[in-house]
Design a protein around this ligand. Sequence first.
Ligand code: OAD
Length: 228
Amino acid sequence: MKRCVILSGSGVSEESGIQTFRGSGGLWEGYKLEEVATPEAFERDPELVLRFYNMRRKAVREADPNKAHHAIARLETHFDVMVITQNVDDLHERAGSSKVLHLHGELLRARSSQDPGYRVHLGQKDIFLGDLDPAGNQLRPDVVWFGEEVPAIAEAAGIVEMADILIVIGTSLVVYPAASLIHHAPLDCRRFVIDPCIPGSIPLGGWDCIQKKATEGMNELLKELIPE
Ligand code: OAD
């Protein structure tokens, strides 16, 4: 089976009603990202940061996967598919994708603020001040904040290196190291990008650019990759 790797960003969830990052005038739920998505912000005002992520989690719980998420899941009928997503939502999983690597963490998980090895799934819960790990340390969202390392980046690069087909969808490719992943694709890999605004860092040659929203673009690509 050919290996198909998806690199997705917030644009794939836009049609599910979840805001992209850079399309929202620099504000996310009314907050500047750098005011809430940094370790310093959590030290300064943990209650505000937890409230912000509780709101984002609520938005994700209320959202449903869209046709692009479903089309990506359908690729598994013909390909060995690996989804590498920068998104912290669980819409790829809910659409049925079975192998999803979350580069920037997961909103529905919490981790210890002191021990990155202690992680729990939140289920229907949120995180509040006073929610502690067994050693008595405050829990925090299991997401990667600005200035923090991306622990899964080496694994992701290894996955892209094995790709026969690479589909980049709904990401502006401005945040590193995630954006560097496209350069790990082998020379003979087929490369597609789906975005209404093709990222400037996509090289001019060697890419099929589908300048459309995720649902329409994936529908078109599915017809090409899985002929009826
Ligand atoms: P951006 O907001 O930077 O980019 C969203 C991309 O989606 C843009 O290229 C849009 O043109 C495109 N887009 C918008 N609507 C779309 C639609 N309906 N269908 C397809 N594409 C659409 O978001 P990301 O690239 O995901 O990191 O941002 C990357 C990282 O920046 C995030 O993971 C987050 C943020 O800082 C962390 O939190 C660590």
